[in-house]
Design a protein around this ligand. Structure first.
Ligand SMILES: Nc1ncnc2c1ncn2[C@@H]1O[C@H](COP(=O)(O)OP(=O)(O)OP(=O)(O)O)[C@@H](O)[C@H]1O
Length: 490
């Protein structure tokens, strides 16, 4: 049977779907579905990793590809090395602009389970994000461990520092995960997960967001397919991977400064079943909202998923994640982005194109949104923010190259009085009407038909409202009819 056969997945899905909708709570199902890795090594002890074949020095590998790569900042990890007298580095599985990620053997256990496999993120010595990530994740793991959404948030198992010649490197220890949702999706025909499975995933992610928002009062701010990881469907997948990787050691090279750079391997092979569970990961940019009148103001979110209140400088809170996930629905279901024309001809993000497309899909923003943005533009951010092009900006308007609406009829009356006397004729119009494309939200969901399409659009509209306070909460959305599994006769 081919690994990507849809019918294979669909059959397996029935079991999965049933498990999630049976009498057990989602929480119980999820707990029992996330495989445990402790004991794997005890039963099948791994050999010490040996050095793999050398790569040609002229080829850039993994983290070296980044234009800002600087050897001094990355830890020179070596396969087989023991960190903190406890974690032995085995296989490199990932890298980012400021870290490398490894599977490691955790040598400290107890009598029953003396060893286990963990993922070790070794962070650069020049970044402060690790302490922030650690602090937020501590809050997330302890806010209410009994909430059913808690297990859908990936948090730290441990953390420590390791010394390098150029400074100290924070090391964050996590449970190992199979892969990001972006990679998981590609395992299916046409990179499309079966619809019932996607629905389950969306519901599960909303349950995690409900915990994040309602209990932890935290905004993720950076939801994308890469920041959703899926668990291993079966412990043998990881065990087999480790056997194969250690039998065929990682190729490596020395960079120009003599630091070893290994080639990451993160393909854990075909799916054995659809029992993987998605988890929200990477809280390095997450922000706590302690009071109802706390607002984030600085620019957040990946370009495609950026909410209007971020671009317009209106301040953001938890509903901003809801917009973000609302836009992600298209990536998850259709494998395509909802917003198609948000970059200029040089490929740079262009906020006016983005707003123009929002207007095409959702209609014009309500007046109070424009009013608030024009009112708040008078108040510079407490700390200026540097744009990618180096310009230091003090307001969202400066940062995103506004203004986007004219000031026709805007008075300097207090905002509440203005809102009271508002009429559509007196408020600013979009300054770039010629850029509004001819697209409708309904036309973007051609992957669905009939009632299913209507239900999907209703869900999406509950997430993609201009006014953040008109968006539904994660908890409410998880109950939406579109996401509920169809009852099948036994
Ligand atoms: N728990 C884990 N288990 C397995 N692989 C992981 C785990 N965590 C991260 N990875 C892998 O490592 C990669 C880099 O991790 P991560 O995105 O956390 O690094 P980063 O430094 O924050 O990246 P960037 O800053 O560039 O976004 C991921 O894309 C993933 O492939």
């Amino acid at each position: 049977m081919p690994a990507r056969s849809l019918s294979f997945f669909s059959n397996t899905y029935i079991t999965f779907s049933h498990r999630l909708t049976g009498s057990n709570s989602v929480m119980n199902t999820i707990k029992s579905s996330i495989p445990r890795f402790s004991g794997l090594l005890r039963k099948r002890p791994f050999p010490m990793p040996s050095p793999g074949p050398p790569l040609p020095p002229g080829i850039l590998v993994d983290e070296e590809i980044s234009p800002v790569y600087d050897s001094r900042y990355f830890y020179a990890a070596k396969a087989g090395e023991l960190l903190a007298d406890r974690y032995q580095i085995l296989v490199k599985v990932g890298w980012g602009v400021s870290s490398t990620v490894w599977l490691a053997r955790d040598l400290q256990g107890h009598v029953e389970e003396p060893e286990s496999v963990v993922a070790l993120k070794i962070v650069n010595n020049n970044t402060s994000s690790a302490s922030r990530e650690r602090e937020i994740e501590e809050h997330l793991s302890t806010a209410d461990p009994s909430h059913r959404g808690r297990s859908l948030i990936r948090t730290l198992l441990d953390s420590f520092e390791v010394k390098g010649p150029e400074g100290s490197h924070p090391c964050l220890v996590y449970p190992p995960m199979r892969e990001s949702l972006a990679m998981y999706q590609r395992r299916f025909d046409d990179s499309k997960m079966p619809l019932p499975l996607v629905k389950t995933y969306i519901r599960v992610l909303l349950t995690g967001l409900d915990y994040l928002h309602k209990v932890c009062r935290t905004v993720h701010t950076d939801l994308k397919l890469e920041n959703i990881m899926v668990s291993f469907e079966d412990p043998t997948v990881l065990a087999d991977f480790m056997d194969s990787q250690l039998a065929k050691p990682m190729p490596f090279k020395m960079d120009s400064a003599g630091r070893p750079v290994y080639l990451a391997r993160n393909d854990f092979g075909p799916l054995k079943s659809l029992r993987s569970i998605p988890q929200l990961v990477d809280f390095g940019l997450a922000t706590r909202i302690r009071e109802d009148d706390d607002w984030g103001v600085w620019p957040i979110q990946p370009d495609h998923y950026r909410a209007p209140e971020v671009i317009l400088g209106n301040g953001w809170q938890m509903p901003t994640d809801i917009w973000n996930l609302g836009v992600l629905l298209w990536d998850m279901i259709e494998g395509k982005e909802l917003f198609r024309h948000i970059h200029d001809q040089e490929g740079r993000y262009d906020a006016k194109l983005h707003i123009a497309e929002m207007i095409a899909l959702l209609g014009p923003p309500p007046p109070e949104i424009i009013q608030r943005s024009q009112f708040l533009r008078e108040y510079p951010w407490p700390t200026p923010v540097r744009r990618e092009d180096g310009r230091v900006c003090e307001t969202a308007e400066e940062y995103f190259c506004g203004p986007f609406f004219d000031e026709k009829g805007i008075t300097r009356l207090p905002i509440l009085i203005e809102l009271f006397f508002y009429s559509r004729n007196t408020l600013g119009h979009f300054l770039h009407e010629d850029l509004i494309p001819d697209r409708r939200l309904g036309d973007t969901a051609s992957f669905l038909r009939g009632e299913e399409k209507e239900a999907f659009l209703d869900l999406a509209k509950g997430m993609l409202a201009w006014r953040p306070d008109m968006r539904k909460t994660a908890g409410e959305l998880a109950e939406h009819p579109f996401l509920q599994p169809k009852q099948t006769s036994a």
